[in-house]
Write a protein that binds this ligand. Structure first.
Ligand SMILES: [Zn+2]
Length: 326
């Protein structure tokens, strides 16, 4: 799905903002350092006047001793490095620290989009601004099996939660690795706090960094977006929401059944899920309500579509609550 011109402009504005931010921080750091160390400031001034002299010589056609110039520069650089080292710094510390060093926060490497582009674009979608932060915390790299109990054998699944989760995780790593916009849909079920969201975020992070277009919402966010969509008719992003949801490579809906207030409208939910189904595009869905409850809440049309998803039941204790206790 190509980005709309307005979304593309928003992504490029975000890169401009990041670059300006990194450069402003570097400038402020350098200015503060130069104030403390005038001798260091001198070295920069000397390097600048050498560059100016060289340019002048070229423009005015004056003779220019390149060897002598290189020697002078090298001497200044050595002095500068020594001064920096005395403060435990290197030239690198004075350069801007870009969020993505690969593209220096431009979004592009040559003519190709940088690997960070998809994540940046996703982080700017409606209700997605926190997603980038969440995905930094919750991905296969940060997923730890230590949080899962390895002492009690549960039936189901007939093993400890840890052993079971290792199997589930291996399956999801493979799912992400072999992912295509034709992959199967998955349904994560189980009580609150057993890691459903975390696992879906792992897959999301993996696919975003592979350049896939993933939209990830909680049912609550989605429900709020749909109500705003009706109210805010001139918000282009919101008006594009249906198409974005239908067309993205993977749609993730977290925590179906827990949305508050105006619960996710059954007709809207059916439209999302049915459109994906008709287009043969995958959905990751998590819920802690049973399919019977879901049928009552969202109609059987919805649950009959969800019934085609591959079910991944999760078991165990509420990890968030036990973490709070311990
Ligand atoms: Zn980049």
């Amino acid at each position: 799905m190509p980005l709309s011109p307005s979304r593309y402009a928003a992504v490029m504005r975000e890169y401009d903002r990041r670059r300006a931010d990194a450069e402003a921080k570097a400038d402020a750091f350098r200015a503060a350092l130069y104030e403390k160390m005038p001798a260091l400031a001198d070295t920069e001034r000397e390097l600048t006047s050498l560059a100016v002299a060289q340019m002048e010589a070229r423009i005015k056609g004056r003779p220019f001793d390149a060897g002598k110039d290189a020697e002078a520069r090298e001497a200044i650089r050595v002095r500068r490095a020594r001064l920096l080292a005395a403060s435990g710094l290197t030239e690198e510390d004075l350069r801007p620290h870009y969020q993505c060093p690969d593209c220096r926060d431009t979004g592009y490497i040559g003519n190709d989009r940088c690997h960070c582009f998809a994540v940046t674009a996703a982080s700017l979608r409606p209700a997605q601004p926190e997603m980038a932060d969440i995905l930094k915390r919750e991905n296969f790299g940060t997923l730890s099996m230590d949080v899962y109990d390895n002492t009690t054998v549960l039936t189901p699944p007939g093993s400890t939660v840890r052993a079971y989760m290792m199997g589930v995780t291996a399956g999801l790593v493979q799912y992400a690795r072999e992912f295509s916009p034709r992959s199967e849909s998955l349904l994560f079920t189980g009580p609150t706090g057993v890691g459903k969201s975390f696992l879906m975020h792992c897959v999301t992070a993996e696919l975003l960094s592979a350049g896939f277009n993933v939209l990830c919402y909680t049912a609550d966010e989605l429900s709020r977006l749909f109500s705003r969509q009706i109210r805010e008719r001139d918000d282009e992003d919101l008006q594009e929401l249906d198409e974005a949801i239908a067309e993205c490579d993977l749609l993730v809906i977290d925590d179906l059944g827990t949305e508050f207030g105006n619960s996710l409208d059954a007709t809207k939910l059916f439209a999302c899920i049915n459109e994906r189904y008709l287009r043969g595009k995958p959905v990751l869905l998590s819920t802690n309500i049973s399919m019977d409850e879901a049928a009552v809440r969202y109609t059987e049309r919805v649950t009959s579509r969800i019934a085609t998803y591959k079910s991944i039941p999760l078991y165990g204790q509420d990890l968030r609550r036990s973490a709070r206790k311990g």
